[in-house]
Write a protein that binds this ligand. Structure first.
Ligand code: HEM
Length: 397
């Protein structure tokens, strides 16, 4: 199995970029989009570039069940109706109310490692923190997190994805068959919880979804499965990635890190830069619903359009000195959280979790250094940019 690094991904993106900000490959029926304005135009036009990949993805029963409520793969008006059902729970104002609990969970997790001079930042903090937060919001037991982790690992493993395989890894029969067992387990788990909440509703988000009406009708248990699965998965893997990537990035840029440590008002800008430079979801896929153009490239109806957020986030037409980590960069119109109608619902929560956790880490430890003696491990960056194991050496203050 080839092992790809983030540098491999960016070397490939840079090489691809020489063909232009967008180009079409007839054999694969794939439009690759690398430029920032071109991606904004694709993601901003849901009528021409649908999130519903339709027959580009082979049918599979577990996937079909998951897709019934998975609104990230829907277009308006159904997308908007479903998104509105939970929108209120994720506004900056509402998530600000979670601040004390996020701080408490962070402190509790770090207390467990008190006295340790080496921890695995992922295992001990970056993974459990967002899982506990989203599981509590949804009303499912955070103690089941080993299960969630297995599903996410199986859904995002595809270690063979890479330059040649990138499209097959996204939409091929093999890709769908590979994720089906994990989806089946997750669907079954969620269905049990949804049924329990319908029988005995509480105050959590699943209970609200069970009682909510969309277009005058209650959502079925099956529709809620993908809806909740999306929140559960999206609600943690990317935040885990961002916390790990922030520690990696500050370790790699010691001068900027010292400035952030001394002036915490720079932390939100630093986190935006991490999401820009280490874009957790490097690409998003859309389907052309009609003959269209992207930039100057013609794309036929039915083609897949792969937008490389990771490339757009280093587009020198938009970002001066694009590979530089600059916590003071303003404006910073990165696309790490997407763009348009599907702009990340959880961005306020992710930003808050990252800010609180990093502030507490910086308060506790005078130095946080990536441990050179123990290798870090990473997901395949073609699938997701994230460490899965990140040993760090800590120096107490
Ligand atoms: C959508 C990234 C954290 C929930 C998205 C999209 C991106 C993204 C790129 C757009 C997908 C598309 O257009 O196809 C990130 C990053 C995160 C993060 C980088 C962390 C740094 C979260 C969290 C939640 C969340 C904490 C919590 C529930 C969602 C949902 C959508 C979404 C529900 C679908 C929105 C829609 O289709 O309308 N995210 N996300 N995300 N994200 Fe996040």
């Amino acid at each position: 199995m080839p092992t790809f690094t983030l540098s491999d991904l960016h070397a490939w993106l840079e090489q691809s970029r020489r063909r232009g900000p967008a180009f079409y490959d007839d054999e694969r029926r794939c439009c690759t989009v690398l430029g920032h304005p071109e991606i904004v135009s694709v993601l901003g036009d849901t009528a021409t570039f649908s999130s519903d990949l339709g027959d580009l993805v082979p049918r599979q029963e577990d996937l079909d069940l998951f897709q019934r409520g998975n609104f990230v793969r829907m277009d308006p008006p159904r997308h908007d109706t479903l998104r509105r059902l939970v929108g209120q729970a994720f506004t900056p104002r509402t998530v600000a109310g979670l601040e004390p609990r996020i701080a408490e969970v962070t402190t509790g997790l770090l207390d467990r490692q008190a006295g340790e001079r080496r921890i695995d930042l992922i295992e001990d903090l970056a993974y459990p923190l967002p899982v506990i937060v989203i599981a509590e919001m949804l009303g499912i037991p955070a103690a089941d997190r080993p299960l969630f982790r297995t599903w996410a690992d199986r859904l995002f493993e595809r270690s063979d994805a890479g330059p040649d395989e990138s499209l097959a890894a996204l939409t091929g029969r093999d890709a769908v068959d590979a994720i089906a067992p994990a989806l089946r387990d997750m669907n079954a788990y969620l269905l049990t919880h949804i049924r329990a909440r319908r029988a005995d509703p509480g105050e959590d988000l699943i209970s609200r979804l069970v009682l909510a009406e969309a277009d005058g009708a209650r959502l079925s248990d099956e529709e809620i499965v993908g809806f909740v699965g999306l929140l559960l998965l999206a609600g943690h893997i990317t935040t885990t990635a961002t916390l790990g990537n922030t520690v990696l990035c500050l370790d790699a840029h010691r001068d900027a890190a010292a400035e952030v440590r001394a002036d915490r008002s720079l932390l939100p800008g630093a986190i935006e830069e991490v999401v820009r430079l280490y874009t957790p979801f490097p690409r998003l896929a859309r389907r052309a619903t009609t003959d269209a153009t992207v930039g100057e490239t013609a794309v036929p109806a039915g083609a897949v359009v792969v937008t490389w957020l990771a490339a757009a986030n280093r587009d020198e037409r938009v970002f001066a000195d694009p590979t530089r980590f600059d916590p003071r960069r303003a404006p910073n119109p990165h696309l790490g959280f997407g763009h348009g109608l599907h702009f990340c619902l959880g961005a306020p929560l992710a930003r808050l979790e990252a800010r609180i956790a990093m502030n507490i880490l910086l308060d506790r430890y005078g130095d946080i250094a990536v441990d050179a003696t123990e290798p870090a491990e990473f997901r395949n960056p073609w699938m997701m940019v994230s460490p899965t194991r990140l040993p760090v050496a800590l120096t107490a203050r």
